[in-house]
Design a protein. Structure first.
Length: 145
């Protein structure tokens, strides 16, 4: 990425940094010479993240094309370093982490509401029900029995 920024600076006389770069689509090709799909012209698969992988016959062999929409330089690095599977794992972990954060936020909100309900119920009992109890029951409650 730093080399890319340096080339842009040199060729276009434009100062950019890695933060200025927004990658919208990345395409990776992998050729397998000597391999063929018999009886098929193409196989296309779409991941649950929206990425697309297409495998088809070329003149000298089989080509695998992968189109992804990475969200960050880190996801591109994972894709280039380990291929589609590690990239999908990286994206899947991001989704799970986001869902876990949402769940924790919801749990905190629910705990706060339960605490409020408990306080309201306690006030209701002490203001409206406590005096209706027999003296012996009130004594046991106040003494902590």
């Amino acid at each position: 990425m730093e080399k890319f920024c340096a080339v842009i600076n040199e060729k276009l006389d434009l100062e950019i940094s890695i933060e200025d770069i927004n990658i919208t689509v990345c395409e990776l090709n992998d050729d397998h010479i000597g391999l063929r799909l018999d009886g098929l012209s193409c196989i296309t698969a779409r991941s649950f993240l929206g990425d697309l992988e297409r495998i088809y016959n070329k003149a000298r062999g089989l080509r695998s094309e992968v189109w992804v929409q990475p969200g960050s330089a880190e996801s591109i690095y994972a894709l280039l370093k380990g291929g589609v599977t590690p990239y999908n794992i990286h994206q899947g972990l991001f989704i799970v982490t986001k869902k876990l954060d949402d769940l924790l936020t919801a749990q905190k909100f629910q705990n706060e509401n339960l605490q409020r309900i408990y306080q309201l119920f306690k006030e209701f009992l002490s203001n409206h029900v406590f005096h209706l109890l027999p003296r012996s029951a009130r004594r046991k409650i106040t003494e902590g029995e």
